[in-house]
Ligand binder design. Structure first.
Ligand code: G3I
Length: 388
């Protein structure tokens, strides 16, 4: 596996060089070393561009920082588009590469929105990753009406082939399979009882990875999951099941390059040894680790006082990153959006919120695009970790 220094200097092993993800070398000049001093006021988010950006701080420490993006927002909000280009070295579309969005019908592929984001990423010297080729939550209605399992299998293979070929040599990585483990479903190996499992059998995961590799020989192929970040017994069991699955894949010669740790955290929860050991186990398997969907849900925090809430959220970022970042297997850190204005946590139905009338503040920039305590928690966490 490439060290972080080689990763930055030589590229990812894909068609990309990670120099692109940092933009111009000027971005790195004057990057503050270990300052935890927050500017008392930031007049505009542009004050945090260039060498003061998360992108530059991450790169200086051997990491690529980026964000998920709800694509229409990039067209509608020019300020937000500027913020993205200033802060991010990698983007991932939140929704538009999922089956439901990309395959409105059996015949159609809606590549327009993700192609737009790819062009935007290129213009701004960013990388892009793909999410996701197979997810139980994004199965279009039309495929569920097909009775023949052989036909579903053929559509599955054709979909992955077409999508991966469309972006061959362009994506840094693909979340090939997302969230395939669910211990509560009581299936062998802890596999989730999903549409894909039920129609294709347990080998659908191997099939997805082999098909993706055949269509794009250089992209990093990733298995991505959640509920594995904490120190609870449930998280520990899910980590064990994922490691068991991945070891099996490696033994069978299935092409897999990386594991995604989604990192949807809860404010005030303990994050430490469990995730550190998990990342080390992945490192020992020779795979990379991507923190793919980082944010902090503070729905359970009792106080409504914003500075107090922000401090708890920022500490949660710091604790988690302190456990995760020292391991050289960790190469990418992406938050699940960049601004609180667009976080999925504020669009959840009220039945999924304890405090439906309170907006969450889980991300590095608030709804007015002002930096939050999370920005500084991320920046300072990057600064504490060396290029190794
Ligand atoms: O685009 C349509 C719009 O046309 C329609 O009017 C509107 C009405 O509900 O829906 C819009 O689509 C929504 C889409 O987000 C875009 O905003 C979908 O209903 C909604 O289900 C979808 O939610 C996304 C969710 O995944 C399901 O795909 C969230 O934005 C997205 O943040 C979330 O992301 C997931 C990751 O993929 C996997 N890990 C967990 C993460 C958070 O749940």
């Amino acid at each position: 596996m490439l060290s972080r220094r080689e990763f930055i200097a030589r590229g990812t092993g894909t068609a990309f060089t990670f120099a692109a993800a940092a933009g111009s070398t000027g971005l790195l000049a004057g990057c503050a070393k270990n300052s935890s001093t927050h500017p008392p006021t930031v007049a505009s988010f542009h004050d945090l561009a260039g060498s003061r950006s998360l992108r530059a701080h991450a790169r200086r420490h051997g990491l690529i920082y980026g964000s998920a993006v709800v694509i229409p927002v990039v067209k509608e909000n020019a300020d937000f588009a500027s913020l993205l280009s200033e802060q991010c070295g990698i983007l991932v579309p939140s929704n538009e590469l999922k089956w439901v969005a990309l395959r409105p019908s059996r015949e159609a592929f809606n590549f327009g929105p993700p192609d737009f984001l790819y062009d935007f990423s290129q213009r701004n010297h960013m990388l892009m990753r793909g999410h996701t080729l197979c997810w139980h939550q994004s199965v279009p209605a039309w495929i569920k009406t097909i009775d023949s399992k052989d036909e579903i299998r053929q559509i599955f293979v054709d979909h992955i082939t077409t999508v991966c070929k469309h972006y061959a040599g362009k994506m840094q990585s693909w979340d090939v399979v997302n969230e395939a483990i669910e211990p509560d479903d009581k299936l062998p190996g802890g596999l989730r009882k999903s549409f894909w499992y039920e129609n294709l059998g347990p080998d659908y995961i191997d099939l997805a990875f082999h098909t993706a590799r055949a269509a794009d020989p250089s992209v990093k192929l990733t298995y991505n999951d959640y509920g594995i970040e904490g120190d609870s017994d449930n998280d520990a069991e899910k980590r064990r099941l994922i490691l068991e699955m991945v070891k099996g894949m490696k033994n069978r010669g299935v092409p897999i390059d990386a594991i995604g740790v989604q990192s949807h955290l809860n404010a005030g929860e303990e994050y430490g040894q469990g995730v550190a050991d998990y990342i080390e186990a992945i490192h020992q398997l020779g795979l990379e680790v991507y923190l793919t969907e980082l944010d902090v849900n503070d729905d359970s925090t009792a106080t409504d006082d914003v500075p107090q809430r922000d401090a708890v959220v920022a500490k949660t970022y710091t604790d988690f990153l302190t456990a995760a970042l020292p391991n050289p297997a960790v190469k990418l850190v992406l938050t699940w959006d960049l601004s609180d204005k667009y976080t999925w946590l504020n669009s959840l139905g009220s039945h999924r919120k304890k405090r439906p009338n309170r907006d969450q503040r889980p991300l590095p920039f608030d709804a007015d695009l002002k930096p939050t305590d999370c920005f500084y928690a991320l920046r300072d966490s990057f600064n504490r970790h060396k290029l190794v």
